[in-house]
Design a binder for this molecule. Structure first.
Ligand code: CA
Length: 238
């Protein structure tokens, strides 16, 4: 799965460097240039990782981390600090951050920390998938959209799970038949389309935005919706 990273960093050069480097590793990166917009974007809960500079104008990184945790945001936070003092590191970790890195750092080190944190949190927390306002619980098989419980049959559930594990990827009917039906594609092609319709009726018809797109001639794509705050962060970054 693609790792979505939010970088909260006021130094444009540093932010650009991190963004470019992580994108080269296949991650998707949004940048917030100050604490306030970083906090808003972080609260949207659309990230697997937050890289947070401690020295920010206005509200500093310690306050931002504390507020995110107070808002029940459990996204792992890696803090960056220009200050090598033990006190700063302790304050950062006390605020709810998971790890820290002292500036200047080698990019490889940043990457290694992000990968390790991501591994740790994804293996701890594989019970629930969430994309936008849609959640799927792998243990009790409960599915909700915008807080409303959605009743799915076994195959519909497996199909949705497959989409949520591969967001923003075009999944061909061949791939879906392998992953969900474990069967021969020729026999299943119409069955897949019928099930996509069932699923759309349940998770998309009465909600905005639509999550399942048809990609003509190629298959289907489960689209990650952009939250308003993420759009703001993206337009600021561009
Ligand atoms: Ca700074």
């Amino acid at each position: 799965m693609e790792i979505r990273v939010l970088v909260i960093e006021d130094e444009q050069k540093m932010a650009d460097l991190i963004k470019r480097g992580l994108e080269e590793e296949g991650m998707s990166v949004d940048v917030a240039g100050d604490g306030e917009s970083g906090l808003e974007a972080g609260k949207s809960n659309e990230y697997e990782m937050i890289v947070l500079d401690l020295g920010l104008p206005g509200r500093n990184g310690v306050e931002i981390a504390r507020e995110l945790r107070a808002a029940s945001i459990r996204t792992p936070i890696l803090i960056l600090t220009a200050n090598d003092s033990t006190e700063m590191k302790v304050r950062g970790l006390d605020s709810g951050a998971d790890d820290y890195l002292t500036k200047p750092f080698a990019f490889a080190e940043l990457l290694a920390r992000i990968r390790a944190l991501h591994r740790r949190t994804t293996t701890d927390d594989v019970t629930r998938l969430q994309i936008g306002d849609l959640t799927l619980n792998l243990i009790n098989r409960r599915v909700t959209r915008a807080g409303v419980e959605v009743q799915l049959t076994g195959k519909e559930f497996e199909l949705l799970k497959c989409f949520m594990l591969h967001p923003d990827e075009v999944l061909s009917r061949e791939i879906l038949s392998e992953k969900v039906w474990e069967g021969s594609f020729d026999r299943l092609t119409n069955v897949i389309d019928v099930y996509i319709n069932y699923l759309r009726n349940k998770i998309d018809r009465n909600f905005e935005p639509r999550l399942i797109d048809t990609v003509r001639g190629r298959g289907y794509l489960f689209r990650t919706p952009l939250s308003p705050s993420r759009q703001v962060a993206e337009s600021k970054a561009s």
